[in-house]
Design a protein around this ligand. Structure first.
Ligand SMILES: Nc1nc2c(c(=O)[nH]1)N[C@H]1C(S)=C(S)[C@@H](COP(=O)(O)OP(=O)(O)OC[C@H]3O[C@@H](n4cnc5c(N)ncnc54)[C@H](O)[C@@H]3O)O[C@H]1N2
Ligand code: MOO
Length: 292
């Protein structure tokens, strides 16, 4: 009898990639990406101001200038506001594109403002330590063309943000696995039915469907009584229509446990029967020849 690890290895060895489909980004969380995503522009796409404050040319600070007349105000989303002359500064907000002629941002916390002849002037309280301070430079994170997400990643909210950043309103993802969950056994009744003293409810199928849902698969439930003819007629359409069948019951040594022989008769090759585990020792696994 094989170990659980060996059983898992043999099951996974039969796995094949699912075909891709294109879906809206808004429905893609939890799906598996089937195309690589590349940066469509540099990130950040411009020298991005990282603090609210003023933008200035550091060379003036290096030359000893400590007060800077404000020549313009620039909020995020506004086109860069040019300096009126090289010794002025632009009052600027986080997320704005650094104006031409400036290279450094000083935070409001490190400034004091006053007015001289109606002109707003910023005085440095703590001078910036270096050029480029508080600037998130263009392409510092990624360059245009860089691979952002390889094919095969599972899309979490973080990957959704990455896709949105490059304008991917639709994504190619693997189609969801389609599984038929089949319960077998005369003793099982539906939840809407009151079980007789010798009957039980079809609980396993609900658990398996919930586990499949959690793993991102689609499933549909079916039930067969312990009737060989009904199975012989009912299973082939399921084997054709679904990527996988999960059958619960009917694989042990009892008089009604005819699933292994029935499945082999229907073209499913046995890969293993019985695993060193309890509960669930009479576990049977097979693969349909020619299955995609
Ligand atoms: N003088 C100071 N300035 C800043 C400080 C500070 O302590 N002193 N803190 C910085 C920190 S930390 C953060 S965080 C930001 C927070 O700023 P806000 O909450 O006001 O956010 P915004 O300025 O509007 O945006 C920040 C940033 O994010 C970009 N953004 C905004 N919305 C979106 C969106 N839906 N998708 C993509 N990107 C978005 C925006 O363009 C900016 O780049 O303040 C610092 N400043
Ligand atoms: O609060 Mo901010 O997110 O540190 O950049």
């Amino acid at each position: 009898m094989i170990s659980v690890e060996e059983a898992m290895r043999r099951v996974l060895a039969t796995a094949r990639p699912l075909p891709a489909e294109t879906i809206p980004l808004t429905q893609a969380v939890g799906r598996v990406l089937q195309e690589p995503l590349h940066a469509d522009r540099d990130f950040p796409p411009f020298h991005r101001v990282a603090m609210d404050g003023i933008a200035l040319a550091f060379e003036n600070v290096a030359a000893g200038q400590t007060t800077f007349p404000i020549s313009a105000t620039q909020l995020a989303g506004m086109p860069p506001q040019p300096l009126t002359n090289a010794q002025t500064a632009v009052e600027i907000m986080t997320g704005a594109a650094l104006p031409p002629g400036t290279d450094t941002v000083v935070r409001y916390e490190d400034l004091q403002f006053h007015e001289t002849n109606g002109q707003r002037v910023a005085a440095l309280q703590i001078p910036p330590p270096n050029a480029g301070h508080n600037v998130h430079h263009r392409a510092a994170d990624r360059e245009a063309g860089d691979l952002l997400l390889p094919s095969g990643v599972k899309l979490s909210p973080a990957e959704i943000a990455v896709a949105a950043t490059i304008g991917a309103s639709t994504l190619q993802v693997a189609r969801r696995l389609r599984v038929a969950v089949v319960s077998t056994g005369d003793e099982l009744v539906e939840l809407t039915q009151m079980p007789l003293p010798h009957q039980i409810r079809r609980s396993n199928a609900y658990m398996v469907q919930a586990a499949l849902h959690e793993a991102g698969a689609e499933s549909e439930a079916f039930h067969f009584n312990d009737d060989q003819e009904a199975l012989r007629r009912g299973l082939p359409p399921l084997l054709d229509a679904f990527d996988a069948l999960v059958l619960s019951g009917g694989v042990s040594k009892g008089q009604a446990d005819f699933l292994p022989s029935m499945l082999q008769e229907l073209g499913v090759t046995q890969i293993f029967h019985e695993v060193q585990q309890r509960p669930g020792k009479p576990f049977w696994f097979g693969e349909k020849a020619g299955a995609q």
